[in-house]
Every structure is written in structure tokens, then in C-alpha cells.
Design a protein around this ligand. Structure first.
Ligand SMILES: [Zn+2]
Length: 143
């Protein structure tokens, strides 16, 4: 299929390292596909920071009590503040197709160093049909 202006087939490498963006995190950011595992959500959130996909970042991380406009502003700044250069998944615990909760340990590299985080993910409503959400960091180790 020829790509026109409406085509979202981005052939550039995905920031998360999982292949071509148009086949990897792109469809998740556009809402064409849902992240099926906690790791996939983690990867797509990392890519979203690189690509400044603020709407996706907001949709996948519930933060009640902060007005949407304020969150958007904070996330835009966060996306532009750091130049991310790579992601490594170090370990995963649960977070699969038949889990409602999972833990992902990862290392994200940026121009000034690395950030190592162990994060908690849960499905919305604690239900197998619910979308994966990023809940919070459990351990944060800036290096
Ligand atoms: Zn990706």
C-alpha cells in the first residue's frame, strides 16, 4: 500500500529497540493496538517519552488529583528535558496475558547517565480485560 500523508507507517527504528516504530510502539501510541503485557506497556511508555506522545503517557498512568492541563504541561517538559538514548529490560515478574499485576525492572539510558527503575504495573480495574497501566516506581536508582 502506498503511503500518503495519512499514512502512519513510520519506518524509523523504534526508540525501545523492538524493531520498526510503525510495527512496534507506533500502533500502541495511536491506539490501534493495546499493550498486551506489562513489558510492552513499559517499552511503549519509554518510546512515548522519546516521541513526546503526551496523550499516551497520560492515558497509561493514572494520576488522580492533578488537573489534565497541568499534567500535560509537566509531561511536555519531562519529554524535552532528557534525551533518551536506549532502553534495556533487566527483569520482569508476572505482567503477562493472564496476570493483573506485574513488575518490570529496566534501565533507561540518557545523555547524562542511566536511570534504573523497578516499576509496578496493574491492569485497569484489576481485571484481565483491563488495559495495562503504569502505577508507580517501586525502586528508583539514578546512576
Ligand atoms: Zn517499541
Amino acid at each position: 500500500m502506498p503511503g500518503g500523508f495519512g499514512s502512519n507507517q513510520d519506518q524509523s527504528p523504534c526508540p525501545c529497540g523492538g524493531g520498526i516504530y510503525g510495527n512496534c510502539c507506533g500502533p500502541l501510541h495511536r491506539g490501534d493496538r493495546r499493550p498486551s503485557t506489562a513489558e510492552k506497556l513499559m517499552r511503549s511508555r519509554y518510546s512515548a517519552f522519546v516521541k513526546e506522545e503526551v496523550v499516551f503517557l497520560m492515558a497509561t498512568h493514572p494520576e488522580e488529583g492533578i488537573p489534565a492541563g497541568e499534567r500535560r504541561r509537566i509531561l511536555r517538559i519531562a519529554c524535552r528535558q532528557v534525551r533518551w538514548t536506549g532502553l534495556r529490560i533487566l527483569a520482569t515478574e508476572r505482567g503477562g496475558l493472564n496476570d493483573c499485576e506485574g513488575i518490570v525492572q529496566f534501565e533507561a539510558c540518557h545523555s547524562d547517565g542511566n536511570l534504573r527503575e523497578t516499576s509496578l504495573f496493574q491492569r485497569r480495574g484489576n481485571h484481565l480485560e483491563g488495559d495495562w497501566l503504569y502505577i508507580k516506581p517501586l525502586i528508583l536508582e539514578p546512576t
